[in-house]
Design a protein around this ligand. Sequence first.
Ligand code: HEC
Length: 85
Amino acid sequence: MNRALKYGVALAVVLIGCGGAYRSGYQMTEGERLFRANCRSCHVLPRPAKYTDEEWPRLVKRYGEKIRLADSSQAAIIEFLTANN
Ligand code: HEC
C-alpha cells in the first residue's frame, strides 16, 4: 500500500468513527442548527443561558432582521434558545 492510500484509509476510519458517534449521540434541532449557522458571523455564538425567555425574542428579532432571517427561522431559533436557557 502506498503512503497516500494508507493515509486515506486512516482518515476514512477516523471520519466514519466520529460520524457514527455523533449520530448515535446528540441530535441537533432545526432551531439550534439555524442558530449556529446564522448567529456567529459577526460575533461569537451567545450562550442560551445568558438571556431570559423575555429577552431572547427581542434579541433574535433585532439581529435576525439585520441578515433578513425569515420569521420562521427566527421562531425556530427563539424556540431553541428559550428551551435551553
Ligand atoms: C450582522 C451582524 C450580526 C449578526 C448576523 C448577528 N449579530 Fe448579534 N450582535 C451584533 C452586534 C454588532 C452586536 C453588538 C455587540 C457588540 O458590539 O459586540 C451584537 C450583539 C448581540 C448580543 C448581545 C446583546 C446586545 O444586544 O448587545 C446578542 C445576545 C446577540 N447579538 C444575539 C444574536 C443572535 C441570536 C443572532 C442570530 C439571530 C445574532 N446576534 C446575529 C451583530 C450581529
